[in-house]
Design a protein around this ligand. Structure first.
Ligand code: IPD
Length: 273
């Protein structure tokens, strides 16, 4: 069994345990704190799931590093991505949905080695959607291989886009302008309220395109690998290479579709992670 196989087997077990915590707590009373804005929320479940994943991995692989959403927020440190095996964790992506008991919420976890994504897992334990990918080995939903839609035309695309959790007026203006620009050109727009799940919708062919500005590495690291292993593309929304620390993402069922979208989007450049 390779080292990566061992990491993968362990993280699958830990993610299942974390999912159990989300399932148990989603319909209970929660303690809610705010972070960067009044709508950027954290609950005790976010913290519990992150600790469970980090402690479980550290116990077996003490030299592995972590970039965790809640740990980064608490320590007020900048993200540091090195060549060491690094787990990038969003313990509850779609925290706003979790707070409202809306069933689109998930754990997102990726493993980077030498700054390359090797493992990506997105698990929605409420409606049992377990997305997995390993570099070069394809993407799966509940064990079944998935593939993007292959759609090439923007006019036929179902597009995932989000308001996000920043209330910076410039960011809000760009989101509204993009909504105005995109809606007349496409089949429709949708927002699940979880960046990672939005990306997985593209991976499974349920949506054709997704973009967002202002997300963080923990929202997109797993989704990026899952989309690419499902045959899709992840790029920068202005057309350059995907940069996990740029807080910008666009993924699509085909490169033709991705590049059409870059032509119409108004760009926004948040501070990097
Ligand atoms: C948020 C969700 C949301 C997206 C925000 C993210 P969180 O993550 O992915 O869909 O629009 O930009 O911050 O805070 O629920 O982990």
């Amino acid at each position: 069994m390779s080292e990566l196989d061992q990491y993968y087997d362990l993280v699958i077990e830990l993610v299942k345990q974390g999912g159990q915590l989300i399932r148990e707590n989603i319909n209970r009373q929660k303690t809610i704190l705010t972070k960067s804005s009044e709508v950027d929320l954290v609950t005790e479940t976010d913290q519990m799931v992150e600790k469970l994943l980090m402690n479980g991995i550290s116990a077996k692989f003490p030299d592995h590093k972590f970039i965790g959403e809640e740990n980064t927020a608490e320590s007020n440190r900048r993200v540091e991505l090195t060549d060491a095996p690094t787990w990038i964790i969003d313990p509850v992506d779609g925290t706003m949905n979790f707070v409202h008991a809306m069933p689109h919420t998930c754990i997102s976890i990726a493993l980077y080695v030498n700054k390359v994504a090797e493992i990506g897992i997105v698990y929605n334990p409420v409606i049992e959607q377990f997305f997995t990918a390993r570099k070069g080995k394809g993407a799966f939903l509940n064990g079944q291989r998935i593939r993007v839609s292959d759609e090439k035309a923007l006019s036929k695309a179902l597009v995932m886009m989000e308001m996000g959790t920043s209330r910076d007026p410039e960011k809000v203006r760009v989101v509204m302008e993009n909504l105005r620009a995109i809606v007349p050109l496409v089949h429709g727009t949708r927002a699940l309220g979880s960046c990672a799940l939005n990306m997985c919708m593209v991976a499974m062919g349920a949506s054709d395109l997704m973009f967002e500005f202002g997300i963080h590495i923990w929202d997109i690291a797993a989704g990026d690998l899952i989309v690419r292993e499902a045959g899709g593309v992840c790029i920068d929304p202005a057309g350059g290479d995907f940069d996990a620390l740029s807080r910008r993402v666009l993924c699509a069922a085909s490169s033709e579709l991705a590049h059409q979208a870059t032509q119409v989007l108004v760009q926004y450049y948040p501070d990097r992670d």
